[in-house]
Design a protein around this ligand. Structure first.
Ligand SMILES: Cc1cc2nc3c(=O)[nH]c(=O)nc-3n(C[C@H](O)[C@H](O)[C@H](O)COP(=O)(O)OP(=O)(O)OC[C@H]3O[C@@H](n4cnc5c(N)ncnc54)[C@H](O)[C@@H]3O)c2cc1C
Length: 400
């Protein structure tokens, strides 16, 4: 059996699913392939979704499936040390008349479910997962993919959304700049006694940042980054001891806490692809860039990749231009600069905060306190974090 599409997306993670929906919205026929079944729930993470990513999900009609499952972030508290209820934070963003941060938190499993439901219902998308890819041939006129059972997929363009260990990137000989942070992030969900009131907290410890991020129903998501040895030690604790250690670190900020579900640990590194394209191939999401979760931006970057690619694909289909041509270069130019800038910024942030140097600590606190006293600088940071500045793809615009 042989099938033809405009674009084939390999990888049905959060970015691959979104890329398929965005390209289909722009009129492309899409084939989405994954070696695993996307409905298996194993991700305990939750994601901070920026205002612009929320607009994208809204434009793809995904947010209508979030009813009651998405939590707005109304306040952000940042501390350069251990804090408790009575302690002061060095930097606070609280929504007011002047400052309005429109960010959200959502469990990855809920987000993925919603994206998958939309993909399954979309007549322009054919999803095949789990499926075994036997061979990918990127020729001068088309991409040909041989699947098991003599099934052949042909398309004009291949989008690699196969994650940070992307085999498509490797097979195209695209190199990466790689730095290990020698840190891991422990992710867990907790239930707590006191309401979070939509507040996100970030505590900077010498081993790495600890974030408490608000979820629906008196729950918060924990992202606890620390040195490899400290993370391994914390992962080896039983649930009761783990909760004791966590409570000690946050000093009763949310009252009594309870672990919901299991803990997961993620090794942290910075990885930047040297190119975003090769013959009839583009990289999107973590296949192109993988960053420290310190600023909660990795997925937001992937969403922008999806929307930027969809713009270029849509325009070319409309004008009858081959998708394997200038689409690729335009996409690469658009996204690589933005992404590399954010990769470097998060890298600097982690280096600045994850250390004990007393001079740096002094400078950091001075910086945080000065920002805290300037509404102008705060507004600047909020606008940058919302992702609503710069050259936006059309699907990130409220008025399409
Ligand atoms: C601890 C932590 C917290 C984070 N928090 C945030 C946050 O708050 N906000 C934010 O914006 N970002 C956050 N991120 C980043 C975000 O989670 C990632 O950027 C995002 O999940 C990447 O999605 P992806 O679809 O590109 O890759 P993946 O999720 O890795 O998906 C890749 C898919 O490709 C499939 N695949 C792989 N190889 C093949 C193959 N050969 N053939 C077919 N299919 C294949 C896999 O099965 C998988 O389904 C966080 C990251 C971490 C580690």
């Amino acid at each position: 059996m042989q099938e033809k599409f405009n674009i084939v997306v390999v990888g049905a993670g959060l970015v691959g699913l979104t890329t398929a929906l965005a390209c289909a919205k722009k009129g492309a026929s899409v084939c989405l392939l994954d070696k695993k079944s996307p409905s298996i729930k194993r991700d305990m993470r939750a994601s901070a979704i920026s205002a612009s990513s929320f607009v994208l999900l809204k434009n793809l009609d995904v947010t209508e499936l979030f009813e009651g499952n998405i939590q707005a972030i109304d306040n952000i508290f940042i501390s350069d040390s251990q804090v408790g209820r009575k302690n002061k934070f060095n930097l606070q963003f609280q929504n007011s008349n002047n400052i309005n941060y429109k960010g959200y938190m959502i469990d990855n499993s809920i987000l993925k479910d919603a994206l998958l439901k939309k993909v399954n219902k979309n007549p322009n998308i054919s999803i095949k997962a789990p499926v075994k890819i036997l061979e990918i041939l990127r020729g001068s006129r088309a991409v040909k993919i041989n699947l098991e059972n003599s099934h052949i997929i042909e398309a004009s363009l291949l989008a690699a959304a196969d994650g940070k260990k992307s085999s498509l990137r490797k097979s195209a000989d695209i190199g990466v700049q790689f730095t290990s942070y020698k840190q891991s992030a422990i992710v867990a969900t907790i239930d707590h006694e006191f309401p979070h009131n939509g507040s996100a907290y970030q505590f900077f410890f010498p081993g790495g940042p600890l974030a408490l991020l608000p979820l629906t129903k008196n729950r918060s998501s924990i992202v606890w980054s620390d040195t490899l040895s400290a993370s391994n030690a914390a992962m080896s604790l039983n649930d009761t001891d783990f909760i004791d250690e966590l409570s000690h670190r946050i000093r009763g900020l949310l009252g009594e806490i309870k672990l919901l579900g299991t803990r997961q640990s993620f090794p942290l590194n910075l990885q930047m692809a040297e190119n975003y394209s090769a013959n009839r191939l583009v990289l999107v999401g973590d296949a192109a860039h993988s960053i420290h979760p310190i600023a909660g931006q990795g997925l937001n970057m992937g969403f922008r990749d999806a929307a930027a690619l969809a713009d270029n694909v849509g325009r070319s289909i409309h004008e009858g231009i081959d998708l394997g041509g200038e689409v690729i270069k335009k996409y690469e130019k658009w996204r690589s600069f933005d992404n590399n800038l954010l990769c470097i910024t998060t890298d600097l942030l982690n280096r600045l905060f994850s250390n004990k140097n007393s001079l740096l600590r002094f400078a950091r606190r001075l910086g945080l306190n000065s920002v805290n006293h300037s509404e102008l600088i705060k507004t600047f940071f909020i606008e940058e974090a919302s992702g609503l500045t710069g050259d936006l793809p059309t699907l990130l615009s409220e008025n399409i």
